[in-house]
Ligand binder design. Structure first.
Ligand SMILES: [Zn+2]
Length: 244
């Protein structure tokens, strides 16, 4: 039974990958070097101002590189901080980060020199999540729905926060993995904008990218409190470089 199921899932992944390739051959997302904002990405202009930035991070406003090369890759900002969940509109509770919808297999890089916090499998699908802590900024970056096999071993092997373990550092711009293959098509409950449908169909490969401010010792109770407390969440768009 398990074998059959995973066979079907693999088939689904393959179909998705083929569909992706076909779509990207015929559709251009860029004209005259300018990014075309599609679907919910058009809300960027208002969302980029929303929320408060901790005073200590003022100097970093709109200076942090995107974890995906959005100036070269078709993308859709499907869901913003505190929005209703895009792929599960009936899900209670607000969204904790931004969803950057793109091609499965798209490269992800570290926005700044960071310590590896920990890497975990996703509870409800075959993808992986991991967190980095910015060395200078003390921003925690959560990378969610990453292809598990693409994550470098040094990140993948750090499965828990443990003061006994030696720190692992990742440099600015260093490769940390690829966007995973989202195993399901979007349901009919999701109102997929027409231009997004043309580009991505009902697929939803995406990086859920979450930022929080954690200026504490990674092994302290203060740190744990800050991370489980929603108040430490930051609108990532306040820190990420402006999209022109
Ligand atoms: Zn998300």
């Amino acid at each position: 039974m398990t074998v059959e199921w995973s066979g079907t899932l693999k088939q689904l992944f393959t179909t998705h990958k083929r569909l992706q390739t076909e779509r990207f051959i015929s559709t251009s997302h860029y004209s005259n070097g300018m990014v075309q904002l599609i679907g919910n990405s058009k809300k960027y202009v208002t969302k980029v101002q929303e929320g408060d930035l901790p005073r200590e991070l003022y100097a970093l406003k709109n200076s942090i590189p995107w974890p995906i090369n959005i100036s070269n890759t078709p993308f859709h900002l499907a869901c913003y901080l505190r929005d209703r969940n895009y792929s599960l509109p009936t899900f209670p509770g607000h969204h904790r980060g931004i969803d950057i919808q793109t091609k499965a297999g798209e490269c992800i890089v570290a926005p700044e020199r960071s310590k590896v916090i920990a890497c975990h499998p996703n509870a409800d699908n075959e993808l992986s999540n991991f967190s980095l802590l910015g060395e200078n900024s003390k921003i925690q970056y959560d990378f969610i729905h990453v292809d598990p096999e693409s994550v470098p071993k040094k990140i993948r092997d750090r499965t828990q926060v443990d003061p006994e373990q030696e720190d692992i550092f990742i440099e600015t711009g260093e490769y940390v993995g690829c966007v995973g293959t989202w195993p399901l098509e979007l349901s009919d409950l999701v109102d997929v904008p027409k231009d997004v449908m043309e580009l991505f169909g009902k697929s939803f490969h995406h990086l859920h990218f979450e930022l929080s401010y954690a200026p504490y010792d990674m092994h302290s109770m203060d740190y744990l409190q800050a991370i489980i407390n929603d108040r430490s969440l930051i609108n990532p768009l306040l820190l990420l470089k402006k999209i022109d």
